[in-house]
Design a binder for this molecule. Structure first.
Ligand SMILES: [Fe+2]
Length: 173
């Protein structure tokens, strides 16, 4: 994966998150969700780049793995995005990842507001939000284009592929 700025201490971050996460690491808001958000995000980056936009891969990647890491439960947890941004400040200081100030600001904004239903923002932030919302099939919700931000995420083929991915584990149970 190409990085536009800094390095991600992936193994250290993975171990940290596994120890830190208070709820089911393999559950609704855990690692499998983060991995699908990452996949959705990377796909959207490619599609948006083809439309002439220049989203930041490093921000989208970090968002995928950090946006839900401070959840206290799998239900309503209105503050978990802001808590994720606050804890990301510490993780950055401790060297789990490196990112320039501009990218970190985008990351923190995306995390703080990811569950507040907004659709207008910088293209990188929009991709973060869409990548998360495209994974709603795991909660038996089909993503609605009305709540998606980017032209690419609103594509029916993109919604269908993400929905299929998000419900795959459920079918196998
Ligand atoms: Fe999420």
């Amino acid at each position: 994966m190409s990085q536009q700025a800094g390095e991600i201490n992936y193994n250290g971050l993975h171990s940290y998150l596994k120890n830190f996460f208070k709820i089911d690491f393999m559950g609704m808001h855990g690692l499998p969700h983060w991995a699908r958000v990452c996949k959705n995000g990377l796909d959207l980056i490619e599609l948006e780049e083809a439309l002439g936009h220049t989203p930041r891969t490093d921000v989208v990647y970090l968002f995928a793995y950090l946006h839900d890491h401070c959840r206290e439960n799998d239900d309503e947890d209105y503050q978990h995005g802001a808590a994720a941004a606050a804890n990301a400040v510490k993780l950055r200081e401790q060297g789990y990842f490196e990112i320039d100030d501009e990218g970190f600001e985008l990351l923190c904004y995306a995390m703080t507001h990811h569950s507040h239903g907004q659709t207008e923002a910088d293209i990188t932030v929009q991709i973060c939000w869409d990548a998360d919302r495209l994974d709603l099939g795991r909660c038996d919700i089909v993503p609605d284009p009305k709540y998606l931000c980017t032209q690419s995420a609103k594509r029916q083929d993109v919604i269908d592929a993400a929905y299929k991915r998000s419900t795959k584990g459920k079918e196998e149970k």
